[in-house]
Design a protein around this ligand. Structure first.
Ligand code: BT5
Length: 261
């Protein structure tokens, strides 16, 4: 495991990322931009024009970074990791968000030992606050999947809008350490390739994901559209969906939603 700490303001450089890559196809092509609207949209454009599986789009900042349901993803420059991985899986795989989550958690766990957790379905938390998120989108009838990953790395509290100041955090805010984004990107892509290969060979990702998660076993509220379900998160299915034991005793399967606890 490499020491990803740094003292200086870091600049993302493809060659520096590649210098630390052990992954063979994830990151084999890197498209690096100073600023894009959304790396997921740039990745979609590239994927439609044709590029290899594993190509990665990285930007230092985004003007229209997105979360799920069109929500905004704050993406200040010089601070975070905003990247999208282009995949061409043989089958439709709803668990790719979980593959992304485990890869991010593993890449940052040595910096934030004991502080990083995953919240179903797509949040990366540090010390219980949101420090990252994953946006998985399919195009071409699911033949191409874009896994978009945002991580607040050297983000300072003053860089967040007021709306986020209480609920968002970064690696630096929680640990006091600046991190070299080049090394962290490489580590993340290395971990992603490892899990993606295992996963596409048929291994499950649920056990590793649960190892980082405190969602299962908790009392939660889940918002799905305009409905709210209250109960205990009972288990994760192999397809990545969540089973919640509702207060009326029945079991409800949730495939997408907003979990609060
Ligand atoms: C997510 O959505 O958590 C997925 C975020 C994915 C961002 C990456 S960056 C690279 C790629 N390109 C993109 O355009 N997107 C992906 P969701 O679960 O819907 O959470 C969105 C909510 O998180 C917002 O409504 C805010 O409340 C909060 N939020 C926004 N920016 C944040 C930030 N930088 N850190 C923490 N929370 C944030």
């Amino acid at each position: 495991m490499q020491d990803t700490r740094c003292k200086m303001q870091d600049i993302i450089e493809s060659e520096k990322v590649k210098g630390h890559l052990t992954a063979k196809f994830i990151g084999s092509e890197i498209f690096l931009f100073d600023k894009v609207e959304s790396t997921n949209d740039t990745a979609k454009d590239l994927a439609i024009k044709d590029c290899n599986e594993g190509a990665v789009v990285i930007a230092d900042s985004q003007s229209k970074g997105r979360g799920r349901l069109g929500r905004r993803w704050e993406s200040p420059s010089g601070a975070g990791i905003y990247l999208s991985i282009i995949l061409k899986p043989k089958n439709i795989m709803p668990q790719l968000t979980l593959v992304g989550g485990v890869s991010v958690a593993e890449a940052i766990q040595h910096i934030c030992a004991g502080l990083v957790s995953l919240k179903w379905p797509n949040d990366i938390n540090i010390n219980g606050k949101k420090a990252g998120g994953i946006l998985t989108e399919g195009i071409s009838k699911g033949k191409i999947v874009i896994v978009g990953i945002g991580i607040n790395v050297n983000t300072e509290l003053s860089m967040f809008t007021n709306e986020l100041k209480d609920k968002a955090t970064s690696i630096m805010i929680e640990t006091g350490k600046r991190v070299d984004r080049n090394l962290l990107i490489a580590e993340l892509l290395n971990r992603f390739e490892y899990w993606y290969k295992r996963f596409t060979k048929g291994d499950e990702i649920i056990t590793e994901w649960k190892g980082f998660s405190n969602t299962v076993g908790r009392r939660i509220s889940v918002n799905v559209g305009d409905k709210t379900f209250d109960g205990i998160a009972e288990m994760l299915n192999n397809d990545g969906s969540l089973m919640i034991r509702l207060d009326n005793g029945s079991l409800k399967k949730i495939t997408a939603g907003e979990v609060c606890y």
